[in-house]
Design a protein around this ligand. Structure first.
Ligand SMILES: Nc1ncnc2c1ncn2[C@@H]1O[C@H](COP(=O)(O)OP(=O)(O)OP(=O)(O)O)[C@@H](O)[C@H]1O
Length: 380
């Protein structure tokens, strides 16, 4: 798939932008702070209804404006669709396809699929478990858009259950009994929705593993495809079958076992929000966690491999996602730069941002745009 046309209105630093794009490699070159990332961020937003840089919509709307619009015509297997999202911080967002409103904006998620490489990707390796969980969930939703609903239901249930645990933890007598019996309903909800999310994550990790080994071998000099691995570490004991019903029961058992701790601490201690994606490097006995052990270069290679593996997995699902390489080349040594460039050069559309043209490897020398003072100008 590729974006053939992008229109922005009051998105980030752009009052109005209208730019025609082509398949293949496109580089946006400009000094710092000119709006290169803002531009590719808009395409990523259209894909996931969230940004790789911020967790709320407010910073995405141009300062002083109260609404932003991102509109893109997207070409997939020769057919074009016009996708549009209206961002209304503090009010409901709206989405349209071919100018027809969607009942829920969430329905637009996954129609454009992007894989974004960004300087912050090192946090996938060095950051908190929540960074890796977000990585998995973002990928899950791109592959199976329906799971966006499961993910947000889970967050909502978790919030409500946590506040009930706090109440039940300090209540006494009849009001404690009432809170505890309501808690059972929320235990069931958490286990039902949590086990669906857990099952989906377990399946995703298994699907990703072979691609990860291959990707790490491709980006890290001298590595073999057995070197890099991932393992999903749930916060509960998994049953032998690991089917959805088992997962739900395993979660309920674990919730029952941690009841006292949960009431004492007033938070949910069991569920996918407590799980970890363990990243490891090495062979056999010398397999070590990446976090805390790997060198800076190895950590970078691992982060790149996670993104490349995501790209390969989405591609294996049958559609070439749009690749965004946001300011990553300045972070990489010459060898990794050209390796990465060669690996992605065949993608249907690669959008690159860089402060200086010399940072963009030869293999990605395609269409060039200069970005300066809010203007995006094609260079002949
Ligand atoms: N909501 C907003 N309203 C107005 N301006 C904004 C908004 N959000 C960001 N900006 C401006 O956009 C600019 C940053 O743009 P962007 O992140 O795209 O830069 P860039 O060209 O990618 O730079 P770099 O090379 O440093 O990464 C900053 O000057 C910032 O002040």
């Amino acid at each position: 798939m590729h974006v053939a046309h992008l229109t922005l209105h009051d998105f980030r630093s752009y009052a109005d932008l209208d730019v025609a794009l082509e398949p293949g490699a496109t580089a946006f070159i400009g000094r710092n702070g000119q709006g290169k990332t803002n531009l590719v961020e808009a395409i990523d937003y259209l894909s996931r209804l969230s940004s790789h840089r911020v967790s709320t919509d407010t910073p995405l709307v141009r300062a002083g404006a109260d609404q932003a619009i991102v509109r893109a015509s997207v070409v997939k297997e020769g057919r074009t669709a016009l996708l549009e999202v209206e961002l209304n911080p503090g009010r409901a967002n709206r989405a349209r396809i071919n100018r027809s409103p969607l009942p829920r904006p969430r329905e637009i998620v996954g129609l454009v699929r992007t894989v974004v490489f960004a300087p912050d990707d090192l946090t996938l390796v060095k950051g908190d478990p929540s960074d890796r969980r977000r990585f998995l969930d973002d990928l899950l939703v791109l592959r199976t858009p329906r799971l966006a609903g499961v993910r947000s239901d889970y967050d909502r249930i978790l919030k409500q259950r946590n506040s009930l645990l706090k109440t039940a933890g300090i209540a006494r007598g009849g009001s404690r009994d009432a809170a505890l019996s309501t808690l059972e309903i929320w235990d069931d909800n958490l286990a039902r929705v949590g086990s669906e999310l857990l099952g989906a994550r377990l399946a995703l990790v298994e699907a990703l593993r072979p691609y990860l080994g291959k990707a790490y071998e491709a980006v890290a000099r001298g590595a073999s495809r057995d070197d890099a691995d991932v393992e999903y570490r749930p916060s509960i004991e998994l049953g032998p079958d690991g089917d959805d019903r088992d997962l739900q029961q395993a979660m309920l058992d674990a919730i029952a076992a941690r009841r006292k701790d949960e009431l004492d601490r007033g938070i949910s201690l069991v569920g996918p929000h407590r799980d970890e994606l363990l990243l490891t490097l090495g062979n056999g006995e010398l397999r070590l966690p990446v976090k805390g052990y790997a060198s800076h270069g190895e950590s970078w290679s691992f982060a790149l491999a996670l993104r490349l593996a995501s790209y390969d997995l989405l591609r294996a699902d049958g559609d070439d996602p749009i690749l965004v390489l946001d300011d990553v080349f300045a972070e990489l040594d010459t060898e990794r730069r050209s390796q990465l460039a060669q690996l992605v050069a065949g993608a249907e559309q690669v959008l690159v941002t860089a402060a200086v043209a010399a940072d963009v490897p030869e293999a990605l020398r395609g269409t060039r745009f200069r970005v300066a003072d809010g203007q995006v100008t094609r260079e002949e």
